[in-house]
Design a protein around this ligand. Sequence first.
Ligand SMILES: *[C@@H]1O[C@H](CO)[C@@H](O)[C@H](O)[C@H]1NC(C)=O
Ligand SMILES: *[C@@H]1O[C@H](CO)[C@@H](O)[C@H](O)[C@H]1NC(C)=O
Length: 439
Amino acid sequence: MKGVKGLMMMVSLVVVLGLTASSSASNDVQQQKWWKWMFSGTASSSISSVGSSVVLPVHGDVYPNGFYYVELNVGQPPKPYFLDPDTGSDLTWLQCDAPCRRCTKGPHPLYRPSNDLVACKDPICLSLHPGDYTCEDLQQCDYDIEYADGGSSLGVLVKDVIPLNLTSGVRRSPRLALGCGYDQIPGVSSHPLDGVLGLGKGKSSIVSQLHNQGLVRNVVGHCFSGGGGGFLFFGDDVYDSSLVVWTPMSHLELIIDPLLLHVRRYSPGFAELTLGGKSTGLKNLLVVFDSGSSYTYLNSQTYQVLLSMVRKDLNGKPLKEAADDKTLPLCWKGKKPFKSTREVRKYFKPLALSFDSGWNAKPRFEIPPESYLIISSKGSACFGILNGTEVGLENLNMIGDISMQDKMVIYDNENQQIGWIPMNCDRPPKFGTMSMRSE
Ligand SMILES: *[C@@H]1O[C@H](CO)[C@@H](O)[C@H](O)[C@H]1NC(C)=O
Ligand SMILES: *[C@@H]1O[C@H](CO)[C@@H](O)[C@H](O)[C@H]1NC(C)=O
């Protein structure tokens, strides 16, 4: 099982909520700030970048691989690395020959860092440290990231060239800050990859950096295919906004002691859970989307209520709990081994989250059975929704890759909204200039 990447170790967890959705007054403030920003100095660079995005193919799957990954080229000459795309953390880092103290075996040779060090007072460096951080060495930015699954990466920030093709047809080679990780402790859910691609909203995130260089709008999204693979993108010209179901991004901050680091997660706010279109009575569920988690985690109480409803629905159906299949905590077998979720979907009802956006129509995030079940190698259907309390997620309900499959999920930091469109993720989209790239 892959755990919960990107959430820092939780000693105590305080959830501070400043939801824009909760009152229209704060919405107005938000919007005013937004317009002010649009017409301030930073706007000129983003206006010039309208109509360009970066699309990267995604490989892997939820099961049996247990993770998706993206190939990114770094350095001069560029060398390929396979990275774990993680919307739950900001910093991109590579296992690095600095030399390496502790590295795990990745698909490629260790990254040889450039000698372009990020200074300690650099805003990107400061964003990775608590406010009262004192630099040990002004020339150098040390970082230490701990993930919720017990994994960690310690290293130093460097700047290096990352060549990218824009959908406008232009090739660019921005210098971006990334971590040279020379001391990694693998977590329970670590993958045999070369590093992590941080997609969060912090300053160090790759999308924030590309945005600050005027290359793309501050929007990131992914489309994971249920059949494996998919794509990831930076920028806003790969979807038709009028087809997207949008919900305001909640301004949720997790203050994590004792580091006092502010980890700002992508959250569409509070939702009600429905099963088969009917209310489950489970309301006010605080939801976050986290591409660094393969499975979906609900807090213990929600998990328990949902599980008993799912079990009740299976009464009289030809499915039996398969205690011998340890693929996931709960599996069911039929008379014959199953080959695909298509064979079992008739026994399960679709789930949906309906968000309290403060708007008239509540945005609904549909989770059909194939987005919460996997078929194990033994041919049983296993429940891909897990007990979050077991991994320390007491207050959050985390929507992982399994439930985001076959949808484009968009984190729009420009307009402070999160959106989704059901989509076949097998092929990159053909919007705007994308379709002109066929030569
Ligand atoms: C960009 O496109 C060129 C030409 O199609 C290709 O050779 C190159 O590998 C692409 N680079 C990246 C980083 O995708
Ligand atoms: C979820 O995990 C917690 C912590 O391990 C446990 O106390 C609780 O009973 C579990 N809930 C269910 C429904 O299994």
